[in-house]
Design a binder for this molecule. Structure first.
Ligand code: MV4
Length: 445
């Protein structure tokens, strides 16, 4: 097992990893930017190294600084968390070249899922259902026109180097295809330095349901059931839950087996997530694979009673997993508490937290790095806490969530708490009657 892990991240996920390391008897090294010198992850780690100025490029994305910090502290592994360098294959490679274990998949596994056209081709070969579309990249406007005619409108154009919704274009009729193709290509080139575009049939009003998987270095792969992440706004998830209210035992079995096939197709090692679109007929289609631990991993932890970070570290150290799959015994919901103003288009609201009261009680978990007096820096993402509730039934988990949200006091900044309070009372949400379009029509009272 590792003796000392450097956490190449900040905020709640850095703290989350430190907590598990402490339980496992592993020493921890925090890295921090000058803007984060008072952050809890710095205080809770055994050692801390400043790696640069506030901007991410100068600190949490600065590979030489992070490797230097690992070398001077003698860390034998690096946990990348999520975001920043978590899916950067060059970083994973450089860690290996320096004799430091990257706690995650190999650079090849990251690359095979990072290019979406390659990932789709791999999934087709493996027998995992993908959204109907054209195989490979679109070569020209003419190619796009011909393909759309075959598939049938509406279609969606996506960047092969994209993911998470960036640079997508939905096209409803032929007259709009030329402009959509040109703008999607230009946007992809500007955002990803790769202008490759592909086409799929546009699935209307889908649900976003993802399957958590784990694979070890010995070829064992299992799934750990699903999370429903349909409650999103501009591709930012706000609420996640497990099990999905749309799930049936039969669908879980089919999606779980498809997810295992997907992970096995790339000999996946580590924890990861297979994202699916699910249409109203319960057809499901592979969308992408996240080769990292995700923000919403906690809902899975609560419903199967399992520490996913501990599992991820053990896998990285070469331990075997059991290879049997896990099914939800409870219902868990996560609300992302962001420093944003839900009454003003969720605009960021950084600043000092003057008063803080954190909820507690039966069935309540709070993962957060903030405290009274903490100043939220404006440089990074706006999530300041995850509030997770767990209960026997979905209805009870929602009621516990509403109770916990109403106990939560955060003064000095605006947060998404008022949004979540209203969502927990929304009739359609309570019925499980929602798709990825739900928040487009949701209005704050
Ligand atoms: C789609 C789609 C409909 N049809 N692909 C958005 C994020 C990126 N991973 C892919 N996304 C979508 N791809 C086809 N063929 C609808 C979306 C989509 C979406 C997906 C999941 C959650 C929220 C979403 C919001 C808008 C669009």
């Amino acid at each position: 097992m590792f003796k000392k892990i450097l956490i190449a991240n900040r905020g709640e996920i850095a703290l989350r990893v430190i907590r598990t390391c402490r339980e496992m008897g592993i020493k921890t090294v925090a890295v921090f930017s000058t803007a984060d010198k008072d952050s809890l992850h710095v205080k809770f780690a055994d050692e801390a190294v400043c790696i640069g100025k506030p901007s991410s490029a100068d600190s949490y994305l600065n590979i030489p600084h992070i490797i230097a910090a690992a070398e001077i502290t003698n860390a034998d592994a690096i946990h990348p968390g999520y975001g920043f360098l978590a899916e950067n294959s060059k970083f994973a490679k450089i860690c290996g070249d320096h004799g430091i274990k990257f706690i995650g998949p190999t650079p090849d596994m990251i690359n095979s899922m990072g290019d979406k056209v390659t990932a789709k081709e791999t999934m087709i070969k493996a027998g995992v259902p993908v959204v109907p579309g054209v195989e490979g990249l679109l070569e020209s406007v003419l190619h796009a026109k011909k393909s759309a005619k075959e598939i049938g409108y509406p279609v969606i154009l996506k960047a092969t180097a994209g993911g998470g919704g960036k640079g997508m274009r939905v096209v409803w009729e032929e007259k709009d295809i030329e402009k959509a193709f040109e703008t999607a290509k230009a946007e992809a080139a500007a955002s990803f330095k790769n202008d490759g575009i592909y086409m799929e049939k546009f699935v209307e009003e889908p649900r976003h349901i993802e399957i958590q998987v784990a694979g070890d270095q010995h070829g064992n792969v299992c799934h750990l059931s699903e999370r429903d992440c349909s409650i999103q706004r501009r591709h930012q998830k706000l609420v996640e839950e497990s099990p999905s209210p749309f799930m049936t035992d039969e669908l879980r079995e089919r999606m779980g087996q498809a997810a295992i096939k997907a992970a096995k197709a790339i000999n996946y090692e580590s924890v990861g997530t297979i994202e699916f679109l699910v249409d109203k007929h319960r057809n499901f289609y592979f969308m992408e694979m996240n080769t990292r631990i995700q923000v919403e991993h906690c809902v899975t932890e609560e419903v199967i009673n399992f520490d996913l970070i501990k599992e991820q570290i053990k896998i990285a150290a070469g331990e075997k997993i059991s290879g049997t799959s896990y099914y939800p015994k409870m219902h868990a919901i996560e609300c992302r508490i962001n420093a944003e103003d839900p009454y003003h288009d969720f605009r960021p609201s950084p600043g000092k937290i003057t008063v803080l009261h954190t909820p507690g009680g039966h069935g309540v978990r709070v993962d957060s790095h903030v405290y009274a007096g903490y100043v939220i820096p404006p440089y990074y993402d706006s999530m300041i806490a995850k509030l997770i509730t767990v209960a026997q039934t979905r209805e009870e988990a929602i009621d516990t969530m509403h109770r916990a949200l109403s106990e939560y006091v955060i003064e000095g900044i605006k947060t998404t708490i008022p949004f979540h309070l209203q969502l927990m009372k929304n009739e359609d949400f309570r019925k499980g009657n929602f798709t990825t379009k739900f928040l487009e029509s949701f209005k704050m009272q």
